[in-house]
Write a protein that binds this ligand. Structure first.
Ligand SMILES: Cc1ncc(COP(=O)(O)O)c(C=O)c1O
Length: 307
């Protein structure tokens, strides 16, 4: 049966599976005061066809979570191995029969100040989560006047909770100005990423995405799509710096990420991308991606964990 209320869910919280209402953190913790935490977002795809949950690239997400903790210099690193069993057990105990979003988090507990390195706490939340809103018809994007934070200030490749304040400025501006989503440039004025997703454009037939040194989170979906474009569509992607003015000349563009999956972009700043509808490369890539994550296509890299 589909879960309807978060209150019905169990949360993995510092070693126990507890009711939703009991998974709380003290108001004076560095996690609350300074956003001192790192997290991951992982999807689990429920397949009605085979009645299984397919988790996508869990090991890669948990490896990135280790890196984020190291960069934040937490006094204890919660390893991928430590997370694996409770994460799977959480899915089983909640009895999900629908697709989910899973958020493993490591945070600084206690009463310290902004440089406190511990004690660290751990939780994993999993909630029902379906397809994003604009995945079929595409979204209208504003190139934000807010910049993606530079590597020397708040490195985007660290998936730290506090980084999302930078995302927030751009996302709210886009919403208030009547767009569906924001795209940020970096301090060098080149295309970086959206508030919670990376970007590709197809320009001159070439799938092109900002390089990992463009102040982006090193997106696991982005890496997956580079593979699928090559292996399933026969297209070699280019990772390079992208100028803003190139966006307006692209035949196609799309956001990608665990949450955004492959969300087509049909306008930048009111200017249609291509003919203003979802293009053929984007559509074919969506098919390849959803077949892979849903357990339909072969999984040559062993990216799926089937529960
Ligand atoms: C800022 C940001 N960029 C990109 C992404 C995409 O990363 P991934 O594909 O690993 O989910 C995310 C998270 O989904 C994100 O929060």
């Amino acid at each position: 049966m589909a879960k309807t209320s978060y209150e019905d869910l169990l949360v993995y919280f510092n070693g126990d599976f507890v009711p939703w209402a009991e998974a709380t953190i003290h108001v004076y913790s560095p996690a609350v005061k300074y956003g001192a935490g790192v997290f991951e977002g992982i999807r689990g795809y429920w397949s009605d066809a085979d009645e299984h949950m397919h988790l996508f690239r869990v090991a890669d997400h948990l490896r990135r979570l280790e890196y984020s903790q190291k960069m934040m210099r937490f006094d204890r690193i919660v390893t991928a191995d430590e997370f694996t069993a409770p994460l799977q057990e959480l899915i089983r105990r909640n009895g999900f029969r629908e697709s989910v979003h899973i958020r493993p988090t490591v945070y600084v507990d206690g009463t310290g100040e902004s440089a406190a390195q511990g004690p660290v706490g751990v939780f994993i939340v999993a909630i029902p989560r379906g397809t994003p809103k604009h995945v079929h018809k595409g979204c209208r994007v504003q190139v934000s006047s807010w910049q993606r934070s530079p590597d020397l200030a708040m490195p985007s490749r660290v998936k730290a909770n506090a980084n999302y304040n930078n995302s927030r400025f751009a996302a709210i501006q886009a919403k208030v100005d009547g767009y569906d989503a924001a795209l940020m440039l970096n301090a060098r004025g080149q295309v970086s990423e959206g508030p919670g997703m990376c970007i590709f454009m197809v320009r001159g037939g070439v799938p092109t995405t900002p390089s990992v040194t463009s102040n982006i989170l090193e997106s696991i979906t982005r890496a997956t799509l580079i593979d699928l474009l090559r292996d399933r569509l026969g297209l070699t992607s280019v990772e390079r710096e992208i100028d803003r003015s190139e966006l307006y000349d692209a035949e196609e563009a799309f956001f990608c990420g665990t949450l955004w999956e492959i969300t087509p972009i049909i306008e930048f700043d009111g200017i249609p991308v291509g003919d203003g509808t979802v293009g053929p490369v984007t559509k074919e890539l969506q098919r390849a991606y959803f077949d892979l994550v849903m357990g339909v296509a072969p999984d040559p890299h062993g990216w799926r964990t089937t529960l």
